[in-house]
Write a protein that binds this ligand. Structure first.
Ligand SMILES: Cc1cc2nc3c(=O)[nH]c(=O)nc-3n(C[C@H](O)[C@H](O)[C@H](O)COP(=O)(O)OP(=O)(O)OC[C@H]3O[C@@H](n4cnc5c(N)ncnc54)[C@H](O)[C@@H]3O)c2cc1C
Length: 393
């Protein structure tokens, strides 16, 4: 092993997680890392500052197999859950906004179509979405229904064989650039999912402005005003909240890895800075308090990655339960935010600028803490698993 690689192993992959991966897993991870290094890192500061989602790189992500990566058939890459997770970590080491795009496209929208769609719906949308030629969004949250999606008001009523949708959705990732929206709505028969082409008369999407988190990403308010759809627009196999929840579990799984990617980038930056910043005549890395911070970061990143890998192997074995995904989401996002904040202290005043990635990651992670189930909701899911008592209703 050359000196540079040895150094990277010592500092970034302290417990040699690399040795637990297959050649294919390492290969895809390295390809994603290279893509992030070459296409994302040089531009992300500007994209984030100017609130730009770089739509031109979507087809590039498609050709890397990142879109619907863990789905089989229909032009999807059919990779393992672990391979997908490793890619999420690399993307989020670049920026949470890019991993969010891959989650919304693959884990939420494509997986809804893949799990619950008709053969015609799958053929129509999945190959194009896998190539990055069509963009999808997933509309569950509403202005007055966030953690409690059962209280949604969006309604689909039957009119002859058609469906007519009315309602509002909020915080919908990629809404204004999407070609197709998966919209969850109440019907006379419980909550059902609908494929709504965004060109449907009555559909509109307005970007949410003034975000101080996830700026290199698009979130929207959707309005559905008498959107008329044919009978075949309904996802035939999704009945009740089980449908959207199973897609959320896919996205939560990616976050378990992604959050550790953001944390790793913060740690790497703080470690490097601490060795080069001189105060009181020495690098600040030589002070015990700085070393303690770096050690705590390294411990949590290595534990978090081991947890992600363990959960990923369970997912690939088909035995990962929803509450086990909550363990990963709750722990890894919570620890990633702590690491980002601690890294910022090592950078001192320079840490509050966009010249370094740390504050950008910290701000992005505030969104990650809230979406796909807030940390409070995941705590209560686990509380229920431990006690048998549901405390959030
Ligand atoms: C950047 C971003 C992207 C998003 N992308 C999407 C998307 O693509 N599609 C989509 O459908 N949604 C999306 N969301 C919405 C996200 O899923 C919701 O924000 C989340 O579910 C929380 O809902 P809320 O914001 O309405 O908060 P609320 O549900 O109003 O919660 C506010 C606070 O109250 C707490 N709380 C609520 N109920 C309880 C309880 N029973 N016990 C204890 N505490 C409770 C919460 O934990 C939280 O701290 C996105 C959000 C963000 C910020």
């Amino acid at each position: 092993m050359n000196e540079e690689l040895l150094e990277e192993t010592r500092t970034l992959d302290f417990l040699d997680l690399d040795a637990l991966l297959t050649d294919e897993e390492r290969g895809v991870r390295d390809d994603t890392r290279r893509f992030v290094q070459e296409r994302l890192k040089p531009n992300i500061q500007e994209w984030w500052e100017r609130a730009i989602f770089p739509q031109e790189i979507v087809p590039e992500m498609g050709s890397l197999g990142l879109l619907g990566m863990h789905l089989n058939g229909y032009g999807c890459a059919g990779k393992s859950a672990v391979t997908y997770g490793l890619s999420c970590a690399e993307l989020e080491a670049g920026d949470s906004g890019l991993r969010t795009f891959v989650s919304v496209q693959g884990s939420l929208t494509m997986s809804a179509i893949h799990k619950f769609g008709s053969e015609e719906q799958k053929q129509e949308w999945l190959p194009r979405m896998a190539r990055g030629e069509a963009i999808g969004c997933f509309g569950l949250t509403e202005p007055e229904a966030g953690s409690d999606p059962a209280s949604m008001k969006t309604f689909a009523r039957r009119d002859g064989s058609d469906w007519v949708l009315n309602g509002r959705k909020r915080w919908i990732g990629m809404g204004s650039i999407a070609d197709i929206a998966v919209v969850w709505a109440q019907t006379g028969d419980g909550i059902r999912g609908f494929l709504v082409p965004t060109s449907t008369p009555g559909f509109s999407a307005t970007d949410i402005l003034h975000k101080v988190s996830m700026r290199a990403s698009v979130q929207c308010e959707l309005a559905l005003e008498d959107c008329r759809l044919p009978a075949e627009a309904m996802l035939p196999e999704a009945k009740g909240l089980r449908g959207p929840f199973s897609c959320l579990n896919e996205a939560r799984y990616g976050i378990i890895w992604g959050a550790m990617g953001a944390a790793r980038d913060c740690y790497e930056c703080a470690l490097d800075y601490s060795k080069n910043r001189i105060q009181f005549g020495k690098p600040i890395a030589s002070f015990q308090l700085t070393q303690q911070k770096l050690v705590n970061m390294m411990l949590e990143i290595n534990k978090g990655m081991m947890l992600a890998l363990h959960l990923g192997r369970m997912k690939d074995d088909g035995r990962l339960r929803a509450e086990q995904i909550s363990v990963g989401k709750l722990n890894n996002v919570r620890e990633a935010i702590k690491i980002a904040r601690e890294a910022r202290t090592i950078l001192g005043g320079n840490g509050v600028t966009l010249e370094y990635p740390v504050m950008r990651h910290a701000n992005n992670l505030e969104s990650v803490l809230t979406y796909e189930g807030t940390s409070e909701i995941h705590t209560l899911i686990l509380g229920n698993a431990l006690t048998g008592i549901l405390a959030f209703r």
